[in-house]
Ligand binder design. Structure first.
Ligand code: SAH
Length: 215
């Protein structure tokens, strides 16, 4: 679990390049600069961990592109102490970015192997407050709702109705919604009990959000 000056230098460069690409939230850039992304990847990828690319994390899944992580996080406008639900724990990297920003993070993963691996890893890294759950993100976590923020990190075929219901009034959901081969990043704000405002942002490509769980 080495994090040396070279890794730190590469992260600083990555944060600078994300800023040039349009990420302006300084807290988000700081999180990218501080969290040792290379440790979330297999050893084979250490040298390229800080290039702005997605990487395989097993079970056919990927850790999102750093720009995508920064972009979604920036849209969430995280404030300290907010309850945030993440769908798609994957490597756990995005969950750690949210924790770094002071959020109370709840994260769901449908792949049991990834769930076990990432839950143990992020604890070991020192992110002990993140709560990981094995389950289907379409269901959310009704027992812990409402959430101030919800982030979906897989390509959603529709905006999941149960997640809309678990969003606090005034809360924000960021979701990449399927539009053929690409996904349109949507930011949905809950105005009141029945009204939601939708804003469309850029296009991205994610692995699919799938129903049910897998071992
Ligand atoms: N946030 C992750 C990116 C993971 S890629 C990271 O920082 O590394 C998307 C993840 O979503 C995959 O691990 C996939 O297994 C998971 N996923 C897909 N559909 C899901 C669902 N319905 N519920 C929970 N997780 C889901």
């Amino acid at each position: 679990m080495e994090d040396n000056f070279r890794h730190k230098g590469m992260r600083k460069k990555l944060a600078e390049s994300l800023q040039k690409e349009g990420i302006s939230d300084l807290n988000v850039l700081k999180a990218i600069e501080m969290i040792p992304r290379h440790l979330f990847l297999d050893k084979a990828f250490v040298e390229i961990a800080y290039e702005n690319k997605p990487f395989p994390i097993g079970k056919g899944q990927t850790i999102s592109h750093p720009f995508t992580v920064a972009y979604q996080t920036q849209l969430l406008e995280i404030k300290k102490g907010e309850k945030v639900l993440e769908i798609g724990t994957g490597s756990g990297y995005q969950a750690c970015v949210l924790d770094f920003l002071g959020a109370k993070v709840f994260s769901i993963e449908r792949h049991q192997v990834l769930f076990n691996k990432s839950r143990d890893f992020i604890k070991k890294l020192g992110f002990t407050k993140i709560r990981c759950f094995y389950g289907d993100g379409f269901e959310g976590l009704p027992g812990f709702s409402p959430f101030d923020k919800i982030i979906i990190t897989a390509a959603a075929p529709v905006v999941p109705q149960k997640l809309l219901e678990q969003l606090a009034i005034g809360g924000i959901m960021v979701v990449p919604l399927n539009e053929g081969v690409k996904q349109k990043m949507l930011r949905i704000t809950r105005i009141n009990q029945n009204e939601y405002k939708r804003e469309g942002y850029d296009d991205f490509v994610f692995v699919p959000m799938l129903q049910g769980t897998e071992v």
